[in-house]
Design a protein around this ligand. Sequence first.
Ligand code: 13P
Ligand code: SF4
Length: 319
Amino acid sequence: MKEQKDIDYIREINKIRKEKNVIILAHYYQLREIQDLADFVGDSLALSQKAASNDSDIILFAGVKFMAETAKILAPEKKVLLPDINAGCSLADSCKAEDFKKFIDENPGRTVVTYVNTTAEIKALSDISCTSSNAVQIIKSLPENEKIIFAPDRNLGNYVMNETGRDIIVWNGTCHVHEEFSIEAILKLKSENPGSKVIVHPECELPVRLVADYIGSTAGLLDFTKRDNGEIYIIATEPGIIHQMKKANPDKKFIPAPPRDSTCGCSECNFMKMITIEKIYNCLKDEEPEIILDSKLISDARRPIFRMLDISKTLVTGK
Ligand code: 13P
Ligand code: SF4
């Protein structure tokens, strides 16, 4: 038997994915080599759309648990694999079902809009889901006088509230990556790089959003770098996205925005970075860890996601 260290992982993965009819979906925050290996790379919205419509037997999700759960909810007949079951999300963790149920009960008569960065239980308590790509569009699709609860990200919630002017109360959750960017370091980088543009994910705090030249989801930021005529960009989101930015724009310069407290100089999501090529190989070979969800939970959590997908019909392109 081959020792694990002697295995050519990429060759083996390519063999198994074909034999087992697997689709490998990867988020933009994954390691570069994983993005290059994937069948499809995208933001949360594009990945949900792809999970809902593909002809594989198995979905291997290179991302975090709420994303793999969303894929299982959208394609319950398929086996959905997540190479490390501990790849969680600080934002999803900031909204526990028990507490959220209480919050909804204390604020009756409001439409519950939740970001996909939530557990299946939170989705089951929601009227409609959204991602950072379509949050404004989803809120605008609701009747103007509708009162809304938005969860779990307070920064995205406040951003959407400002953009739409709607009556929204926002759950107080945050992502540990996006709330940590240093506005001082961003301004310093901007002055050291004349002509540079600051592009920002809406999960960032208000001071960072205020200095943004453009605010958008990961796919939105990537598209902006393709159509904009700038040369230097300071990127205030997880730096995994820079891989696709460089591929699409080899002559432009991309600088990751530093966090307040930095040893590596960039803000990586430790959960996203738990997925490795070796774990993908083991996961494909053993067909575990697998996402298992109760069928009642799946049917309750499907409603808000399908309602969102129905509104966001245009397919966001990935790799
Ligand atoms: P996107 O919706 O831009 O893919 O963002 C997902 C995410 O986890 C942001 O932290
Ligand atoms: Fe969750 Fe933040 Fe990581 Fe996105 S970057 S997966 S919101 S912890």
